[in-house]
Design a protein around this ligand. Structure first.
Ligand code: SF4
Ligand code: SF4
Length: 141
């Protein structure tokens, strides 16, 4: 079992520092991998990252909601969406996302569709190599 980062992630980066096994990695390039991702093979399911996320984007894998009901105002970030988000991460570095959608209150989203991306990022994507990129280093301020 593992924890999963879903498309509610807005690249705040606050979860990274609290992970005791350093298994949370930024998605790079951001245009292809819009969230941060958890390595399912290394995660020890401690749960420390869950309260560290200001957007409540992280769930134990078996608790990822198939019918997440929006409170209203949350953003999801998925390839193909066209909304725009600007904010700042936990280090005060500007975050700009151009594949987002702001959810309306009561809107229902299947977040289980985001599980596979966490696995794929480490099995066939950049994985831990992302930490060495300029994009990841600049996110740390
Ligand atoms: S704390 Fe939440 S929003 Fe920030 S990178 Fe982690 S999962 Fe994404
Ligand atoms: S549950 Fe614990 S080990 Fe797994 S990603 Fe979160 S902080 Fe890291």
């Amino acid at each position: 079992m593992t924890h999963i980062i879903t498309s509610l992630c807005l690249r705040d980066s606050g979860c990274v520092e609290v992970c005791p096994v350093d298994c949370i990695v930024p998605g790079v390039p951001q245009g292809d991998h819009p969230w941060y991702y958890i390595d399912p093979d290394t995660c020890i399911d401690c749960g420390a990252c869950v309260p560290a996320c200001p957007y409540n984007a992280i769930f134990p894998e078996h608790d990822v909601p198939a019918a997440y009901t929006a409170k209203g105002g949350e953003f999801i970030s998925r390839i193909g969406l066209t909304g725009h988000y600007e904010g700042a991460n936990d280090h005060g570095v500007k975050v700009v996302l151009d594949s987002t959608k702001q959810l309306a209150a009561g809107e229902v989203v299947d977040l289980t569709a985001d599980i596979k991306a966490n696995y794929d990022y480490f099995q066939s994507g950049p994985g831990y190599k992302a930490n060495d990129t300029d994009e990841a280093k600049s996110a740390r301020g």
